[in-house]
Write a protein that binds this ligand. Structure first.
Ligand code: ZN
Ligand code: ZN
Length: 225
């Protein structure tokens, strides 16, 4: 592995029970999200963007599984600062398990690509947790995994340090398409993956870059929101 794997004592991050980082009873306490349209925030089936809401460069759908709380939140926060392979593996496996259990359907021919980290931040941190977990999710679901379709061309402030109204401006123009890829009229659905969605500004901006470059179907997928 090309990154430092940090070991934490193996016990549930929420209740302290030993043997796993995310125990079943704590996971089951985390609520599932009610799916909404990313444009109008009203209910929608499986996070589909309502036909009447969708503008040309909008995501076609944006799905998040859990409410960002409890043991899920603790695991994601932990991975933001230190990479622990086993925590990410448990988290990704639970995510795939519950997507299946809840019968969440995805199109055929999915390519998963993670929200990229800027090279400088990645060098400092040593890993991109969205990339590491996205890789596991792709393997488990039989999706293609191309981690570098999107590039981050400038270093913005971390979105988490900004207020909601500042986030959209902060993220604008941050991503570009990797010139190695031609996604014009691809028949694949490109699914942009991230661990957690806060305001949605990052996913929306990444989706715009892909659509502007000719992608037909672009979805957002996050573990929590
Ligand atoms: Zn627990
Ligand atoms: Zn809508």
């Amino acid at each position: 592995m090309g990154f430092i794997d940090i070991f934490f004592p193996k016990k549930c991050l929420e209740c302290g029970k030993e043997e796993v980082y995310l125990c079943r009873s704590c996971i089951e306490k985390v609520a599932f999200l009610k799916q909404v349209c990313i444009r109008c925030e009203r209910p929608s089936i499986d996070g589909m963007t309502h036909v009447k809401c969708q503008k040309k460069l909008d995501l076609d759908r944006c799905f998040s599984l859990w409410v960002y709380q409890g043991v899920i939140r603790k695991a994601i926060v932990k991975l933001k600062y230190k990479f622990a392979y086993e925590i990410s593996l448990e988290l990704a496996n639970h995510f795939v398990h519950f997507l299946g259990k809840k019968d969440i359907i995805f199109p055929q021919n999915v390519i998963l690509t993670p929200i990229p980290l800027h090279r400088r931040r990645k060098n400092w941190r040593g890993f991109n947790q969205a990339e590491e977990m996205g890789k596991i999710v792709s393997e488990r679901l039989g999706w293609k995994f191309y981690p570098d379709i999107l590039l981050r061309k400038k270093l913005n402030f971390p979105q988490t340090e900004l207020k909601e109204d500042q986030r959209k401006g902060n993220i604008r123009g941050v991503f570009c398409l990797n010139p190695r890829y031609d996604i014009q009229n691809t028949l694949n659905t490109i699914l942009i993956f991230d661990d957690v969605l806060t305001t949605g500004a990052t996913l929306k901006e990444a989706g715009k870059v892909l659509k502007r470059n000719g992608a037909r179907k672009v979805l957002g997928l996050t573990m929590a929101r």
